[in-house]
Ligand binder design. Structure first.
Ligand code: MLC
Ligand code: AMP
Length: 487
C-alpha cells in the first residue's frame, strides 16, 4: 500500500516540527503519532481542534496513519458554524490538546487528548496498514455563495499527488525548512504547510501567529522557504518600505530564503514589486482551491513573470472555457475564460450534497468559477471570479449569503446585503449593508460585527457596516450588488 509519509519509516535524525521553543524530531513524532493512531483506529471520522500548535500536527498525522478521515475545526469558530460542521460531518470523536476548552458541539463528543510525550512502548510506524489512495483523508469546510459551508471530501491520492507536484515545481526536498504562520484548518496551512514538509522528510517551522519579526527570525535561523497569503506579503512589504533597522533586517532575511511562495488569493503587482525592489527576490505564486488542491504554479526552473500564477502542475489538466461551455484554444494572454480542472488532485464530493457535487462539474471537468487568461508560454493569469457573492479576505473564502443569513438572525436587522470591497491589506474587506428593523433604533455596527464573529468566525465579521433605508433591487426583487460596490 502506498504511504503518505515515506520518511517516517527511516525517521531522519532532525526536527520535523518546530513551534516556538517546542521542537519535535522525527523519531519522537513517529512514536507520538503511532501510539495515538492505535487509540483512534476504530473511529469512522475524527474532528481535530486545529489550533496553531504541534498538537494539531500530531493529531492529524495519527488520524492519517490510522486511515481515519480528519475534519479540521477552526478554534475560533462560532456556535452556528460549529453546530453545522459537527452535525454535517458526524465525527466519532475529537482530538485536542490536553486542557483545551472545547465549545458545545465538540464538548459533547468523546474526546481523546493528543499527548506530546512518548510512551516507552510506542510501536513502530507501519503497525496499521494505510488505506488505499481513493479513501478520504480530509473533510475541509469551504464557503459557497449561499447557505452554510460545504464539506469537501479529499482523497489521500489528491494530498500525495499535489504535494509531489509542488515538489517537482519548486524542487522541494527534505533539506528544506518551511516557515509559515498560516492557520491549520485549511488547505494552505495544513495540507501544504504541515503535510508538505512531513511528506518530503523536511522541517516545518511554524510561527504560531504571523509577524514580520517572526518571519525574519525564522529565516535567519535556517528557514529556506516561506508560505503566506497576500495579506502577509503586503505586511512584509510595508515593513520593507518603511526601511530602518527593521526593514533592513527583514530584507536580509528574505534574501536568504530559497523560495517565497504566495497563494490563496492574488498578490497585487505593487506588493510583488516592493518586495523584489527591497530584496532582489521574486515571490512565486501558485493557484489552487480546496476542491482541487493545487492547479498551477510558477516553476523555479521556468521563466518568471510577476502577476501570473504559472503553468499547470505536472499531473493536472487545465482548460479555459467560454460562456457557452466551449474550450478556448487561444493562448493570447487576452481571451478570458473560466478555469476548469481535471486530474488526480480533485476532491471526491461535497459531503452529503450530490446535487452540489454534480453542479460543480461540466463533463468531468471541475468548474472553479475563476476567470483567467493564458499566454503563449502557457502561463495563467487570474483576472476575476464568476460569483460576486464570494469574498476573499485575508486569503479566506467567505460566502456573502452565509453572513447575510447570520445578520438576518439579529433582531435589529430587517434586510442585509454583504459585498467585498477592495482593501489594500486584506485584498477584499467585508462590507455589510443593513436595513434596520422598522420602528427600532439601528443596531450598533460593532454589535453586528460581534454577532457574526460569535456565530460564524471572527474573520467573517463585517469590517464596515453601512445603514440604508432600502437595498437596490432589480425587477425580480434581487439585490443588485454591483450598485452597492460601485457607489
Ligand atoms: C476583532 N477581532 C474580533 C473582533 N474584532 N474578534 C471577534 N469579534 C470582533 N468584533 C479580533 C480577531 O479575533 C483577531 O484576534 C483579530 O481581531 C484580527 O483577526 P482577523 O480577522 O483574522 O484579521 P487579521 O489579524 O488582520 O488577520 C490577517 C491574517 C489572517 C492574514 C493573519 O487573515 C490569516 O491568517 N489568513 C490566512 C487565511 C488562509 O489560510 N487561507 C487559506 C485558505 S485555503 P487576535 O487575537 O488574533 O488579534 C485556500 C486554497 C489555496 O485558499 O489556494 O491556498
Ligand atoms: P478556497 O476555496 O478557500 O480554497 O479558495 C480558492 C480560491 O482562492 C480560488 O478559487 C481562487 O479564487 C483563489 N486563489 C487561490 N490562489 C490564488 C492565486 N495565486 N491568485 C489568485 N487567486 C487565488
Amino acid at each position: 500500500m502506498p504511504t503518505l509519509f515515506p520518511h517516517l519509516h527511516d525517521a531522519p535524525a532532525k526536527p520535523a516540527l518546530h513551534f516556538d521553543a517546542r521542537v519535535i524530531e522525527y523519531g519522537r513524532l513517529v512514536g507520538l503519532a503511532n501510539s495515538l493512531s492505535l487509540r483512534i483506529a476504530d473511529a469512522g471520522r475524527v474532528a481535530v481542534w486545529a489550533t496553531s500548535s504541534p498538537y494539531t500536527c500530531v493529531g492529524v498525522l495519527a488520524a492519517l496513519l490510522a486511515g481515519v478521515p480528519v475534519v479540521p475545526v477552526n478554534p475560533r469558530i462560532g456556535t452556528r458554524e460549529l453546530d453545522h460542521i459537527v452535525s454535517d460531518s458526524t465525527p466519532d470523536l475529537v482530538l485536542a490538546a490536553p486542557g483545551d476548552d472545547l465549545p458545545g458541539a465538540l464538548a459533547a463528543l468523546p474526546r481523546v487528548d493528543v499527548e506530546l510525550t512518548v510512551e516507552e512502548t510506542a510501536p513502530p510506524v507501519g503497525t496499521l496498514p494505510e488505506p488505499g489512495e481513493d479513501s478520504p483523508a480530509f473533510i475541509v469546510y469551504t464557503s459557497g455563495t449561499t447557505g452554510p459551508p460545504k464539506g469537501v471530501v479529499l482523497p489521500r491520492r489528491a494530498v500525495a499527488g499535489t504535494l509531489d507536484d509542488l515538489a517537482d515545481a519548486w524542487r522541494w526536498t527534505g533539506d528544506d525548512v518551511l516557515v509559515h504562520a498560516l492557520p491549520l484548518f485549511h488547505v494552505h496551512g495544513l495540507i501544504l504547510g504541515v503535510l508538505g514538509p512531513l511528506r518530503r522528510g523536511g522541517t516545518l517551522r511554524h510561527l504560531g501567529r504571523f509577524s514580520p519579526e517572526g518571519v525574519a527570525t525564522a529565516l535567519e535561523e535556517g528557514g529556506t522557504m516561506m508560505f503566506g497569503v497576500p495579506t502577509m506579503y503586503h505586511r512584509l512589504a510595508e515593513v520593507l518600505d518603511a526601511g530602518g533597522a527593521d526593514g533592513d533586517r527583514l530584507a536580509a532575511a528574505l534574501r536568504g530564503a530559497r523560495l517565497l511562495v504566495s497563494g490563496s488569493a492574488a498578490l497585487p503587482l505593487h506588493d510583488h514589486e516592493r518586495i523584489t525592489a527591497a530584496t532582489g527576490r521574486r515571490v512565486v505564486e501558485r493557484y489552487g482551491m480546496t476542491e482541487t488542491l493545487m492547479i498551477t504554479s510558477v516553476r523555479v526552473d521556468g521563466e518568471y513573470r510577476a502577476g501570473t500564477v504559472g503553468v499547470p502542475l505536472r499531473s493536472v489538466d487545465v482548460r479555459l472555457v467560454d460562456e457557452e461551455g466551449k474550450r478556448i484554444e487561444e493562448s493570447d494572454g487576452e481571451t478570458v475564460g473560466e478555469v476548469q480542472v481535471r486530474g488526480p488532485n480533485l476532491f471526491i464530493e461535497y459531503l452529503g450534497r450530490p446535487d452540489a457535487t454534480a453542479d460543480a462539474f461540466a463533463g468531468g471537468w471541475f468548474r472553479t468559477g475563476d476567470m483567467a487568461t493564458r499566454d503563449a508560454d502557457g502561463c495563467y493569469r487570474i483576472v476575476g471570479r464568476k460569483a460576486t457573492d464570494l469574498i476573499k479576505s485575508g486569503g479566506y473564502k467567505i460566502g456573502a449569503g452565509e453572513i447575510e443569513n447570520c445578520l438576518l438572525g439579529h433582531p435589529g436587522v430587517a434586510e442585509a446585503a454583504v459585498v467585498g470591497e477592495p482593501d489594500p491589506d486584506l485584498g477584499e474587506r467585508i462590507v455589510a449593508w443593513v436595513v434596520p428593523t422598522e420602528g427600532q433604533e439601528p443596531p450598533d455596527a460593532e454589535e453586528l460585527a460581534e454577532h457574526v464573529a460569535r456565530q460564524l468566525a471572527p474573520h467573517k465579521r463585517p469590517r464596515v457596516v453601512r445603514f440604508t433605508d432600502s437595498l437596490p433591487r432589480n425587477d425580480m426583487g434581487k439585490v443588485v450588488k454591483r450598485a452597492l460596490t460601485h457607489g
